[in-house]
Ligand binder design. Structure first.
Ligand code: NAI
Ligand code: MG
Length: 504
């Protein structure tokens, strides 16, 4: 399908709504530049990289390849902006107004942004719209938080006063992945700005378009130059330079556990603060008394939504042996019925994998699973033709030691695992180096909370999945991360305390 002919999109052409023309024009208009100190510029090196449409494997547009030299400029601009009175001395109300304006801009342009993200990361348009729709609330929550960043007064004798000031850290470097740029952008930029920091954000090289378009649109908010900088580039180039940079006070990273370890190592140069949101292998536990009419579709979406490229994906589905046969059959059948295809086609259930590299990785895991002796219940095949499509895939007869049960695959691939009782389920659910999220399905209120408490995960869902809200903290246990984003915790994570002791 051609992006030029949205009315011909897919099989439901007659009823298909028009695809946002501004978005279609944006994804082709290039080469796209870096956004540094309030200006759009080419990379110092003059280099660009190609952004690939994962639905077709075609090149969409070229983007400037930011490198260490560009990161230097961006960090210098952000440092200058951090100290400039136009940012450093404004009232919290003014910072709040900036964030409210950004929220309004995003809301007004939500349709365009959702289409850009859908094309860029291959996310089904309805899901992309859902993610974009959460962004204004994130900016509004932190607009409110900006006026509530508080210190305390402490006990002291009659001729002294001791208090704390909660102050910004300085320059926050945000390094984000391709799988959820809307979340990553809002979750990292909004709290950093609310607390008075300035930001240098490096989008993922596979999907830089949404952050770049956001920066363009946000210009209307008139932030002082250098407060928000966007430097696309490669991980080993711009990403590494930002992580190592002595002028950066904090790195807020989302991505793979391996790169997260590297970021932590790079932070030792100037002991910058680090928040890491890393991988997962989340368990989804279905007890025999669960409402299966809800648990089964949730289990399916839990590993197939976003083509499985979701950090909290419930890729280990534990099902009590009394209902295992029924649940396995229903999940397998539904997975088989899911339609892979272009994310802009309203009939599509599952979009493509982001890149050839990730497609090869997911395909390789499907082969590994079979080689290890697991049974392929459904799926396993790649889509014929162009684009990186994988049919939702379900394995059975797995052991707890298989790689497909232990490693994050980041594709629509799940393992179905029968269990005997509560202890068995909890023990095996926790038998992983990850601890990002977990879900438990049961009508027994005691069991629900007992199991929630026993699970080693940063977020536990009871009779639901995927519910994240800016009001509540989010982050990982074990090797799924360090620190928390969102909620009041993100104010702490974007500030530092100064103790002031006055004697008079
Ligand atoms: P990645 O961790 O390499 O990429 C995430 C971000 O880090 C990108 O912006 C990238 O450019 C940057 N980066 C890469 N190397 C860097 C370095 N040395 N220094 C600084 N920044 C660097 O993830 P990738 O390669 O895109 O995906 C590989 C696997 O990682 C996936 O298959 C998945 O298992 C996992 N992953 C998990 C995510 C999650 O949210 N849990 C998100 C993205 C990837
Ligand atoms: Mg990588």
């Amino acid at each position: 399908m051609s992006r030029d002919d949205p009315e011909k999109a897919g099989t439901t052409a007659a009823s298909a709504p028009t695809i946002n023309p501004a978005a279609l024009a944006y994804v082709k208009a290039g080469p796209k530049q870096l956004y540094i100190d309030g200006k759009w510029t080419a990379a110092k090196s003059g280099e660009t990289f190609d952004v690939i449409d994962p639905s077709t494997a075609d090149v969409m547009v070229a983007v400037a390849t930011g490198d260490a030299a560009d990161i230097d400029l961006a960090v210098a601009a952000a440092r200058k902006a951090f100290r400039d009175p136009s940012w450093a001395r404004i009232s919290p109300h003014q910072r709040s107004r900036y964030l409210l304006t950004i929220a309004d801009i995003i809301e007004r342009n939500a349709d365009e942004l959702a289409v850009i993200q859908a094309i860029d990361i291959g996310m089904v348009l309805a899901q992309s719209r859902g993610l974009i729709a959460t962004m204004p609330d994130v900016f509004r929550y932190f607009a409110g938080a900006a006026t509530k960043v508080m210190g305390s007064t402490y006990p002291s004798d009659g001729s002294s006063l001791t208090y704390t000031l909660r102050e910004p850290l300085g320059v926050v470097g945000a390094i984000i992945p391709w799988n959820s740029p809307a979340f990553a952008f809002a979750w990292k930029v909004a709290p950093a700005l609310a607390c008075g920091n300035t930001v240098v954000l490096k989008p993922a090289e596979q999907a830089p378009l949404l952050p770049l378009r956001l920066a363009e649109l946000i210009e209307e908010a008139d932030l002082p130059p250098g407060v928000l900088n966007i430097v696309p580039g490669l991980g080993a180039g711009a990403g590494d330079a930002l992580a190592k940079h002595p002028g950066v006070n904090k790195i807020n990273f989302t991505g793979s556990t391996g790169v997260g370890k590297g970021i932590l190592a790079a932070s030792t140069g100037n002991l910058k603060k680090v928040t890491l949101e890393l991988g997962g292998k989340s368990p989804n536990i279905i007890f025999p008394d669960a409402d299966l009419s809800k648990a089964i579709p949730a289990a399916l979406m839990g590993f197939a939504a976003g083509a499985g490229q979701i950090c909290v994906a419930g890729t280990r589905i534990f099902v009590h042996e009394d209902v295992y046969g029924e649940v396995a059959a229903a999940i397998a059948q539904a997975a088989q019925g899911m339609k892979t295809g272009n994310p802009l086609d309203p009939g599509t259930d599952v979009g493509p994998i982001i890149s050839q590299k990730q497609f090869d990785r997911v395909s390789d895991y499907i082969k590994v699973g079979q080689d290890e002796g697991a049974t392929l219940r459904t799926g396993g095949q790649a889509h014929a033709g162009s684009g990186y499509f994988v049919q939702p895939t379900v394995f059975e007869d797995v052991t707890d030691q298989m790689r497909i049960v232990r490693e994050e695959i980041f594709g629509p691939v799940a393992a179905l695992i029968p269990f005997k009782d509560e202890n068995d389920a909890v023990f095996r659910a926790n038998d992983t180096e990850f601890g990002l999220a977990a879900a438990v399905w049961t009508k027994d209120i005691s069991r629900a909370h007992t199991v929630a408490r026993a699970l080693e995960a940063g977020t536990v869902w009871i009779n639901t999945i995927y519910e994240l809200d800016v009001m509540v903290p989010y982050g990982g246990y074990k090797m799924s991360g360090i620190g928390r984003e969102l909620g009041p915790e993100s104010i702490e994570a974007n500030t530092q305390l100064k103790t002031v002791v006055a004697r008079f």
